[in-house]
Design a protein around this ligand. Structure first.
Ligand code: GRF
Length: 189
């Protein structure tokens, strides 16, 4: 059985989508969802779906090996960041080489880096007058949004699109491709 551990900081609609995608798969299981936010909506989703969740604070994450030990005990085949906003510390990156992936709601290397998340990205894309945007699924290293790219998918931006409609198009791409890429990585691992 291949094991996925998810990290999220917010709504968790991608988390829920990934859980649904694998729920009838006999070879893959989502074991646990970890979050840095005790009031994140993703926790409600986990409770509703019967998925284990854990909440940690900044000290546990950055100043101790607590999360490293938790992850080691969970023995994940893949650690998936699905809307997780904190930078991953070096001890985790070093201990799980090529096992941590992230999804970014733009076509990296454009619109990445610190502060570039959620609507900030979609507003920047809208202001840029770019004619397309998309998603990037990539490996995680010590720097925000800089690990090797695994997959990108694009969507057109129409002149009438607002940052909100762009966000909706991006979520549709995420729901379609993120579970597929996770599945593929697990099959190849
Ligand atoms: C997604 O757009 C993802 O690309 C970004 O954060 C957002 C999370 O959305 N990293 P949700 O919490 O899964 O609804």
């Amino acid at each position: 059985m291949k094991r996925i551990v998810l990290f999220a900081s917010g709504s968790g609609s991608n988390v829920e989508n990934i859980i649904h995608y694998f729920q009838n798969n006999a070879n893959v299981t989502v074991t646990t969802v970890l979050t840095n936010k005790r009031d994140a909506k993703v926790l409600d989703r986990c409770n509703r779906l019967g998925i284990s969740s854990l909440c940690f604070n900044r000290t546990a994450f950055y100043s101790t090996d607590c999360i490293l030990e938790v992850l080691k005990s969970l023995e994940p085949d893949l650690i998936v960041l699905a809307g997780f906003l904190w930078k991953i510390p070096t001890n985790l990156v070093k201990n799980f080489p090529n096992k941590i992936i992230n999804i970014h709601p733009a076509l990296l290397p454009k619109y990445g880096g610190k502060g570039m998340y959620g609507m900030n990205v979609h507003r920047a894309v809208k202001e840029s007058k770019d004619q397309e945007t998309g998603i990037t699924i990539h490996y995680v290293n010590e720097n925000y949004d800089e690990g090797a790219i695994i997959h990108q998918a694009k969507t057109k931006i129409e002149p009438a699109d607002s940052p909100e409609t762009i966000a909706k198009k991006i979520h549709e791409l995420e729901y379609k491709y993120f579970p597929l890429i996770i599945d593929q990585l697990l099959t190849d691992s």
